[in-house]
Design a protein around this ligand. Structure first.
Ligand code: FES
Length: 510
């Protein structure tokens, strides 16, 4: 809780022991530049450093603070109902590669944690995908079959260690839950110890491919690198037109201590029911454990969505109904990107490119996916090949399976590009905007303006045109942020970028 009695933000970002890394203050030359320092970026930079490459890891904000700092931190190869979907779209062999690569990631984190002596609250536990509705039991049975065929040692069960009954579940033992920032900040220290360089608060705004590639930061410093990895969650350089095949989704998270005598869920749990519920516990104090619950997927910036406050209320109610005497002390929101064929995009940034790489589209499984991406990209850069390269190849396309999702994403972008420019659904005057609120105003002869009135009454006004591709942003009151409905960019009330793919702030008012 904060001093004012309000729930605090992310549980993980409370852990901030330093060190802070400096911003880039001049031009540099390295063998590999990694843009974005979340799970995928830090793991990639660490692997490459250990393979003897000179590496610069460049982060627009603080390392391990964005999506990775707002996850539930479940590291598992059991990904909801993933295996039945992957087998259907990609075939049984690819599903087996997916299982092997994700299980490798789980084992690798255990090895690193043991080998480097990282104290990150790592616990081995079982992962469950469950349903409570009898008419979903066949879905679980199908997922258990698909996961088993893919090589995972799963069990189909009809009971789970929970304070409420389930109809069926898939269980995979010996998976991992941990503190993501304790793990990644220790990995970053080790990376620097072995010669890697880390730059925080250094936003990369331009990429020129070549030999070497050339990255430019917002402070006009240049990084020259033989190879570049774009690991910015949603790729800020989209030479492969990934925005046609990536969908951003936001979710809310609530956390709080369970009473000492509560029935504590033993494991990591996920159900696709009720717009997804996913939960685990974490060490808290000598009296008990902290429950962390996420769910309520929604489209960021969607004008007709209920907004994060309503989703937080729904999730809090659900958690209270399922876990007695659960009190929310922390709540936050997180964002992830989903590919149109249920497998992340990890590999070459564009067809024919030889020195630029991307890692994105983890679909809510960015911890195991980030570790896997680091292993795969390091193999591609240092050896030119990886056994998982074809499965995750970003330029793959399955037209039949992907067409409906791609058409839906394209239609959504056009709808927001055109429809949101039409009058309606916006405030007419600043007088209509109350303290804490924001709205898009349309003046006469000027572009749409994003206007927020803070709690002291001061107005903050910027252009409402997203600097990525020009969609109109919408305000989320709980998060005090402007969100773009097209590809999920987020901006603070004065226009600064909080989340890409945009790399430039919203323009000053015209
Ligand atoms: Fe693409 Fe805004 S994020 S137009």
């Amino acid at each position: 809780m904060t001093r004012s009695g309000q729930p605090a933000g992310s549980l993980w970002t409370e852990y901030d022991p330093g060190p802070e890394y400096p911003p880039l203050r001049g031009d540099i030359r390295v063998e590999v530049a990694v843009v974005g320092a979340g799970m995928a970026g830090i793991c990639t930079a660490w692997e490459l450093t250990r393979r003897g490459r000179t590496v610069a890891l460049v982060e627009a904000d603080r390392i391990a603070h964005g999506v990775t700092g707002h996850t539930t931190a479940k590291l598992s190869a059991l990904h909801g109902m993933a295996y039945s979907r992957i087998r259907k779209v990609h075939g049984a062999e690819r599903a087996g590669q997916y299982a092997a690569s994700q299980q490798d990631a789980v084992a690798h984190v255990q090895e690193l944690s043991d080998g480097l002596g990282i104290d990150c609250d790592l616990e081995r536990t079982s992962a469950y995908t469950y349903v409570t509705a009898p008419d979903r039991v066949d879905d679980v049975r199908r997922e258990a079959d698909a996961a088993r065929d893919a090589g995972l040692d799963v069990a189909y069960v009809e009971e789970a260690p929970l304070p409420f009954p389930v109809a069926a579940a898939v269980r995979l033992d010996d998976q991992v839950q941990f503190h993501p920032r304790k793990f990644l900040l220790a990995l970053a220290v080790d990376l620097v110890r072995h010669g890697g360089k880390i730059f925080e608060r250094s936003r990369v705004t331009d990429l020129s491919e070549g030999e070497p590639c050339r990255l430019t930061t917002s402070a006009d410093h240049i990084i020259r690198a033989d190879d570049v990895v774009v690991a910015t969650h949603y790729p800020v350089f989209d030479r492969g037109l990934h925005f046609t095949r990536l969908e951003p989704k936001r979710e809310v998270v609530v956390a709080g201590p369970l009473p000492p005598d509560a029935i504590t869920p033993e494991g990591m749990f996920l159900t696709p029911e009720e717009n997804t519920r996913s939960f685990r516990t974490a060490p808290h104090d000598e009296h008990g454990r902290m429950l962390i619950v996420t769910g309520e997927k929604f489209n960021p910036g969607a004008p007709h969505d209920r907004g994060s406050a309503a989703h937080l209320d729904t999730l809090t109610t659900w958690a209270g109904e399922h876990f007695t005497d659960f009190t929310v002390t922390h709540r936050w929101a997180t964002q992830d990107t989903f590919s149109t064929d249920h497998v992340p995009y990890v590999g070459r940034l564009r067809p024919g490119g030889h020195h630029t790489y991307v890692a994105t589209g983890f679909g809510g499984w960015g911890l195991s996916g980030g570790v896997m991406a680091g292993r795969l990209l390091t193999s591609l850069i240092t050896d030119g090949a990886s056994p998982w390269a074809e499965l995750y190849d970003p330029v793959r396309l399955h037209p039949v399976a992907e067409a409906p999702a791609m058409l839906r994403l394209g239609a959504k972008t056009v709808r927001h590009l055109v429809g949101d420019r039409l009058p309606g659904g916006h405030a007419d005057s600043v007088d209509d905007i109350g303290p804490g609120q924001g709205a898009v105003l349309r003046g006469h002869g000027e572009g749409p303006q994003a206007v927020h009135r803070d709690m002291s009454g001061t107005l903050h006004q910027v252009s409402a045109r997203c600097t990525h591709l020009g969609c109109i942003v919408h305000f989320d009151e709980t998060e005090r942020a402007w969100e773009c409905p097209c590809h999920g960019s987020r901006f603070d009330v004065d226009g600064a970028v909080l989340h890409g793919p945009a790399v430039r702030p919203l323009e000053p008012p015209s």
